[in-house]
Design a protein around this ligand. Sequence first.
Ligand code: GDD
Ligand code: MN
Length: 380
Amino acid sequence: MDQTANNAGGPLATIRVETGLSIIIPTYREAKNIPFILARINALRQEQNLVLEVLFMDDNSDDGSIEAIEQSGFDWARIIVRTENRGLSPAVIDGFRAARYPVLVCMDCDLSHPPEIIPQMMLALSSGQQFIIGSRYVPGGSTDDDWGIFRWLNSRVATLLARPLTSAKDPMSGFFALRKADFDKHDEYNPIGYKVGLEIITKCGFRNVGEVPIHFSDRIHGESKLSFKEQLKYIQHLRRLYIYKFGNAMHLLQFVVVGASGVVVNLATLALLLLMQLPEAVCLAGGIAVSVVTNFLLNRRFTFSYARHRNVWRQFAGFVGASSLGMAVNYSVALYLRASFLPETTTGLYLAALIGIASGTIFNFLGNRYIVFRKQYVRR
Ligand code: GDD
Ligand code: MN
């Protein structure tokens, strides 16, 4: 027997939802699945007396999806055919905006997600939780057996990476519910790829996330569109969400990682120049100079990428200017330590260089964050 039917049993029969519910289903070439998902939703609708609409957000599949919905004869189901800004996540965001009822549900079309637990999700919402996930990873949740080890591991690693954003067990799930009023409070949704739920949790700042166990079934018709390319997009998406949530701390983290690479560049250059038998003071200066260039390029590309379109030479001048105090600090600390109490060995020289770098770093970060790569706000 279908496990999910058990989930829907019991006290649910007593739930009355007068307010209504909008079910958003992103679709791409799902014509074959549409009659089945509509039949399941219709059964639930009648059984629970639900007021609802179903919006298929279709990226111009042109595969008979429109006809399949027309043939169903359900006046509460409609399809919106999109031709711009294609993709699963933007389709869901558009659907949520177009929805007319106060409770929003997102789910897949391929019958992986059991609509029968929706009343349970609504119950959880009405008990005060802000975001409810149909979850594979809470007790009672499961996936079909033929999930290969690769997909399982993949899913687990992806979930772990999202941990700093939410403590939910299955934030990757494409099955979730929330209030439209909460969704509408924000408008800066900008998801890349598949993880639209994670986007909404982060942008809305939801802390009160509930999870209802589901059995995630494998799709019967058609195939998954979750490709390797989608996984790379996930990393991009995560970086954006980290920046959104952690702001300056995330900039600082990237700045530190770039700085660490600069330390390696600095010391490698120092070693090279020493090999060329140049005077120590010149070698120390050379290490600093080369690493300033690589640090600049990496920070421009990653840490402060929001300012990447601006003139590179002016930014470089600014970077050097802002770093000059740090560099001066770096260089004089290194020279001073070298000349005074550090041992006159090569190790002593490297140690001097390292302590110099550390002293200069804090100056660099502050100058760059607040002067060179400051954010620009457009004034109207
Ligand atoms: N509009 C639109 N545009 N819909 C799309 C697109 C697109 O580019 N790509 C996929 N969809 C629709 C599919 O038609 C389906 O209804 C739903 O989005 C999920 O797509 P699948 O291709 O079936 O995804 P999946 O089964 O690999 O992934 C599911 O499980 C993941 C967790 O393991 C989804 O629910 C993911 O969101 C979820 O992260
Ligand atoms: Mn699927």
